[in-house]
Write a new protein. Structure first.
Length: 153
């Protein structure tokens, strides 16, 4: 395979780097706005359960026809309890029941509680955290909370 070299390659490379840099800056500005929105939004227990707990650990008993082993129900109960505890006692928490701390509690649980959210070890877990199931769960929580906070504030 050959690549034709037309024009000034260094100028094109600099332009591409500039576009990429602006894209990164734009994305971080969106994230900063979202996080400020979450910090200013208080959550009720019901909103927290609906927006966060149901996103990361839906209680299987919501389906009255499901026949589940008690172990499955117990694991969901433990997941919900861990995330609820981190909502009010997680790292850096200051005592406010905000959407910001709800997101951080969920992220802390998903990132660090391998017993409740197991994946294969090593690079498999990293892949799940970056763009797999664990990343999707965190994104779902963030989207739920940002959507709620945008209307609530």
């Amino acid at each position: 395979m050959t690549v034709p070299h037309k024009g000034d390659a260094s100028a094109r490379l600099a332009e591409a780097a500039q576009r990429m840099f602006h894209g990164v800056v734009d994305r971080f500005e969106v994230i900063a706005r979202q996080y400020r929105l979450l910090m200013g939004c208080r959550l009720s227990e019901d909103a927290f359960a609906r927006l966060v707990l149901d996103a990361v650990a839906l209680d299987p008993r919501f389906n009255p026809d499901a026949k589940l082993a008690e172990a499955v129900v117990d694991r969901v109960r433990r997941k919900r309890s861990a995330v609820r505890r981190l909502w009010v006692e997680g790292k850096g928490h200051t005592g406010e029941p905000t959407a910001w701390f709800a997101y951080n509690g969920a992220a802390e649980a998903l990132d660090h509680d391998r017993g409740l959210w197991p994946t294969r070890a090593g690079s498999w877990r990293t892949a799940s955290l970056l763009d797999g199931e664990l990343a999707r769960l965190k994104t779902r929580v963030l989207d739920n909370l940002v959507g709620f906070a945008a209307v609530a504030v």
